[in-house]
Design a protein around this ligand. Sequence first.
Ligand SMILES: Cc1cc2nc3c(=O)[nH]c(=O)nc-3n(C[C@H](O)[C@H](O)[C@H](O)COP(=O)(O)O)c2cc1C
Length: 171
Amino acid sequence: MLKIGIFCASAGGNSLKIADKLADAFDVDEIISMEEDFDEVAQLLEYDILFIGSSTWGQGDVHHSWVDPLFEISLDDVDFSEKTVAFFGAGDSQKHGEHFCSALGKLYKVFTDAGAKPAGFMPKEEYSYDFSLAEIDDKFCGLAIDEHNESQKTDVRIERWIEQLKQELQS
Ligand SMILES: Cc1cc2nc3c(=O)[nH]c(=O)nc-3n(C[C@H](O)[C@H](O)[C@H](O)COP(=O)(O)O)c2cc1C
C-alpha cells in the first residue's frame, strides 16, 4: 500500500481547506503543518505520494516555513525519484496577479529537480492573472485557489482536482 503524506503551510487557513479535503478523500489521518509539525526533510521521504501545499507571499515566494526545507533538498541533493508529488495552494489573482500562486512553481522546481514525478496539472484558462511561476508547459502545475476573488469556485476546483488525482495515481 502506497503511503500518502500531506504537508501544508497556510497562514490564514485558505490552503488548509485543500489539505483538509485531500485528507478526507485519501483517508489520510494527519496533515503535517509545516510550521508546527515539520522538523526535517527525512519526514517527506517517509511517503510514496506527497501532497505539498503553500500559499504565496512576498513577490511570489513560498510560505516562510518552506524556505529552509527547499534549500536543504536542493543543497543536499535529496533524492525524490521514487516519489509522486502534487502541489496546491492559495493566492490572490487580483492584488497579486503579477505572481499569482507562484509558490507552486517554486515547489515544483525544487521537487522535480530532485527527481519527483509531478501529478495534478490543471488548466490555466479559467484564472485571470498577469504572471505565475506555477505555469509549466502552458498549464498550472497544481491546484491554485483564490479565496479573495473566486471563493465560490473553490469547492468545485478542489473536488475536480481530487477526482483527477485519484485517476492519475491509479495509473
Ligand atoms: C504581504 C502579502 C503578499 C502576498 N503575495 C502574494 C503573491 O505574490 N501571490 C499570490 O498569489 N498571493 C499573494 N498573497 C495573497 C495570499 O497568498 C492569500 O491571502 C492566500 O489566500 C493566503 O493563504 P493561506 O491562508 O493558506 O496562507 C499575498 C498576501 C500578502 C498579505
